[in-house]
Ligand binder design. Structure first.
Ligand SMILES: [Ca+2]
Ligand SMILES: [Ca+2]
Ligand SMILES: [Ca+2]
Length: 124
């Protein structure tokens, strides 16, 4: 099971051109980056917001689907995990669904937000 913070790391890595290893050393910065309204929690809306932005950025031909050639730079394990219908392509729905699933797994106290403690705990 991949953790929430891995999801956040891959999100930020896409944006910043940071390598995966570099990003993993910076849990707090990543957290603050994704926490768009600075309330100390990452909410579902903030996750969806980032997924949509990333999706648009990756969908080079603008057909609303991420095809294998648009996913070459992504972690293949993450891509496979997100590709629920196994057709080798990612729809926005698949991308969001997978992130929200990770969100729910990381949200230990069920308050619909991931605080920094939960993010760090989900790392292990
Ligand atoms: Ca927030
Ligand atoms: Ca596409
Ligand atoms: Ca698919």
């Amino acid at each position: 099971m991949r953790s929430m913070i891995i999801a956040l790391v891959s999100i930020v890595a896409l944006f910043g051109g940071t390598t995966f290893a570099e990003a993993q050393d910076a849990t707090t910065e990543i957290f603050e980056f994704v926490d768009g309204n600075d309330d100390g929690k990452v909410e579902q809306a903030e996750i969806v917001h980032h997924v949509v932005l990333i999706f648009i950025g990756l969908d080079l031909n603008g057909d609303g689907v991420l095809s294998p050639d648009e996913l070459v730079d992504q972690d293949p394990v993450a891509v496979t995990a997100s590709d629920t219908d196994g057709d080798g392509q990612l729809t926005l729905e698949e991308a969001i669904k997978n992130r929200l699933q990770e969100f729910n797994e990381a949200d230990a106290d069920g308050d619909a937000g991931i605080d920094l403690d939960e993010a760090k705990r989900s790392e292990g």
